[in-house]
Write a protein that binds this ligand. Structure first.
Ligand code: FAD
Ligand code: DHB
Length: 389
């Protein structure tokens, strides 16, 4: 087999890149380890920045999204019973879009059905070779048969636990990491959202987030120690804890019901530099992770895809490799800003086990400054709606 771009990983990054390349007549093959159903069952991100919304439209997949999404012009930050409305639209002229990662990946998998062989699922032992030559190739095992794809470039879109990043020799790779001493316990429930906008709440009992997918599907999270087990959290215990972390009138208005999904996720900041080695380009979670506070994970993957897609088009249409040469530097400049914002949101809104009274007063001062300063609100809004690409 031969293609122009071999893409390892069929999550949102890999599928979106392949779909965008298709619009320019550039051939790609996506190699995904799991089944389509498995990928579609992973409930993850819920908020899209305008850049990601634009990429979906550019990929020819705006129709269902534009019909079913919800546009949010602001959010609420709650602390100690107070509420700070952040009016994205007034502060930045932009909004965010509620459309789940499951819907994004479903649209991308459905679109791929038009081109049999463009997305191959259940591929084992995917391995790129000769990435530092001008003739790279990827081998994999599908249905018990070892196969080989020759290509011009390899896109490593295989998430944090993938193999692509490991292909960069250790002495050429620098990894920056921060783990947080807590996780997020999240549920999905078929209940109406407690408020029309998202609520990011900090309280003496820790952080809580009220999010949603639609009028009758809510997504809620509470900060918890990573030592907790999901089995120890009955639905009743979850709802009680969530209510105790919210301003009273929201807690009273909360409609509860059985959870249809429940899980605990760790929080981590991580960046790998560089994001390119030879003919390998890392995108999305393969290169960087953010803690979920601020909804930047999927959106930062999207900006990588934007830069790589445009660089590949420049190469194939104009025989100009400049964008590819500069991909790592360009992508990382934006990645680090998303890392900074996610770290800041996480640090300001969570309770840390070793926090001193001084740290708590600083957190409170941050919230009071945010409440009283339009400039501070603008900084939050500008980052939340997404920095331009
Ligand atoms: P992934 O979605 O990880 O996709 C990588 C794909 O590569 C996977 O399908 C995987 O099966 C495949 N793969 C892995 N290894 C191999 C291999 N060796 N060979 C072939 N295929 C391979 N972000 C937010 O913005 N908001 C959230 O609320 C949020 N919640 C999250 C909750 C969890 C539990 C996790 C893990 C992430 C969450 N994120 C969230 C982050 C967001 O989901 C990711 O940033 C986004 O999925 C990145 O997309 P990706 O395609 O780069 O990586
Ligand atoms: C969602 C997740 C987030 O991490 C976030 O900051 C906002 C929304 C969500 O899944 O809906």
């Amino acid at each position: 087999m031969r293609t122009q771009v071999a893409i390892i990983g069929g999550g949102p990054s890999g599928l979106l890149l392949s779909q965008l390349l298709r619009t320019k007549g550039i051939a790609s093959v996506v190699l995904e380890r799991r089944s389509r159903d498995y990928v579609l069952s992973r409930i993850r991100a819920g908020i899209l920045e305008r850049g990601m919304v634009g990429l979906m439209r550019q990929a020819g997949l705006g129709e269902r999204m534009d019909k079913e999404c919800y546009v949010h012009d602001g959010t609420l930050i709650a602390f100690d019973g107070e509420e700070i409305p952040i009016d994205f639209k007034a502060l930045t002229g932009h909004s965010v879009t509620v459309y789940g990662q499951t819907e994004v990946t479903r649209d991308l998998y459905d679109a791929a059905e038009a081109d049999p062989g463009r997305v191959l699922t259940e591929c084992d032992e995917v391995m790129p070779h000769d990435l530092d030559s001008d003739k790279p190739y990827v081998t994999f095992v599908k249905d018990g048969q070892t196969q080989r794809i020759d290509c011009d470039y390899v896109a490593g879109c295989d998430g944090f636990h993938g193999i692509s990043r490991q292909m960069i020799p250790a002495e050429k790779r620098r990894e920056y990491e921060k783990t947080y001493p807590f996780g997020w316990l999240g549920i999905l429930s078929e209940t109406p959202p407690v408020h029309e906008e998202l609520i990011y709440a900090t309280s003496q009992r820790g952080f809580a987030l009220c999010s949603m997918r639609n009028e009758n599907l809510s997504r809620y999270f509470v900060q918890c120690p990573m030592t907790e087990k999901v089995e120890e959290w009955s639905d009743d215990r979850f709802w009680d804890e969530l209510r105790r972390r919210l301003p009273a009138h929201h807690a009273e208005a909360m409609v509860t019901g059985p959870s249809i999904e429940k899980g605990i996720a760790p929080l981590r900041s991580f960046v790998c530099e560089p994001m390119r080695w030879g003919r390998l380009f890392l995108c999305g979670d393969a290169a960087h992770i953010v803690p979920p506070t601020g909804a930047k994970g999927l959106n930062t993957a999207a900006s990588d895809i934007h830069y790589l897609f445009n660089a590949l088009v420049q190469f194939y249409e104009e025989a100009d490799a400049d964008g590819l040469e500069r991909y790592s530097e360009t992508a990382l400049t934006r990645v680090w800003k998303a890392e900074r914002f996610s770290w800041w949101m996480t640090t300001q809104l969570h309770r840390f086990p070793d926090q001193t009274d001084f740290d708590l007063r600083i957190q409170r001062a941050e919230m009071e400054f945010l409440r009283d300063s339009e400039a501070a609100q603008k900084v939050l809004a500008e980052n939340y709606v997404g920095l331009p690409y």
